[in-house]
Design a protein around this ligand. Structure first.
Ligand SMILES: *Cc1c(COP(=O)(O)O)cnc(C)c1O
Length: 227
């Protein structure tokens, strides 16, 4: 069997095992294939194997791929740092942006989302590990940002995303994900209608699933190392 198809099968198996071990319903985690730094051929191999959701970090690279894969069934998600001069092309070409961490970016995406498309699904990226020089809003600023995004009609605030500092052990990996889960629960308690907790990457997605992740973002685990 093709390597990428085999990797996808294994990741799905590990996701379902983690769900079972944590008494969570089957198929309650969505798999986003992170294809940054990977060639189009790798994306085609994943599509052949049934994968339809792809995450990209760099706009130009993503646009080249989106243009050369004219398959309407594919969902493209932007997961990289959003620069304000790139918001228009992002609003026009993606169905999700997981990495909103400033109101200015949210407002621009809202203004620039074409009316012929459904509202842009967004997640707020949270910097739970308090790392400097890292994107993501601080936990204490999260409620204010979520409240500011809520009334923007062309955006649909779906949930939260985080990229924590790598943890060495399973227990360490769970700590930032637990923080994001609690922040998510607090927003839901305050009336936000959220359903997406985007956490977990190749090296730690089982810890994220133990903490309630609903969407894992896997790159190297599917495609191997990237350039
Ligand atoms: C690159 C990237 C991933 C995937 O990381 P892997 O370790 O290759 O699985 C997930 N999320 C974000 C935001 C990324 O930039």
């Amino acid at each position: 069997m093709d390597l990428i198809a085999n990797n996808l099968k294994n990741i799905h198996k590990r996701i379902e095992t983690a769900l079972l071990q944590n008494n969570r319903p089957p198929h309650s985690v969505k798999l986003l294939a992170v294809s940054k730094g990977q060639p189009i051929t790798a994306i085609y191999a994943a599509i052949q194997a049934g994968q339809l959701c792809f995450g990209e970090n760099y706009l130009q690279e993503a646009l080249n791929k989106i243009d050369s894969i004219p398959n309407k069934a594919i969902e493209w998600q932007f997961i990289g740092n959003v620069q304000s001069n790139k918001t228009k092309l992002i609003a026009e070409n993606f169905s999700w942006v997981q990495s909103v961490d400033r109101i200015k970016i949210a407002e621009r995406l809202n203004q620039q989302r074409p009316q012929y498309l459904p509202p842009l699904n967004v997640c707020i990226e949270v910097n739970v590990s308090h790392e400097e020089n890292k994107s993501g809003v601080a936990l204490h600023e999260l409620f204010e940002l979520a409240s500011a995004i809520k009334p923007l009609a062309n955006l649909k605030l779906c949930g939260l995303m985080t990229v924590p500092a790598p943890g060495k052990t399973f227990a360490q990996q769970r700590i930032p994900y637990q923080k994001l889960r609690l922040a998510f629960a607090e927003l839901v308690a305050k009336g936000f209608k959220l359903d997406t907790l985007s956490m977990g990457m190749t090296d730690d997605f089982e810890a994220a699933i133990a903490e309630g992740s609903t969407l894992v973002r896997i790159g190297t685990g599917i495609f191997g190392f990237r350039k």
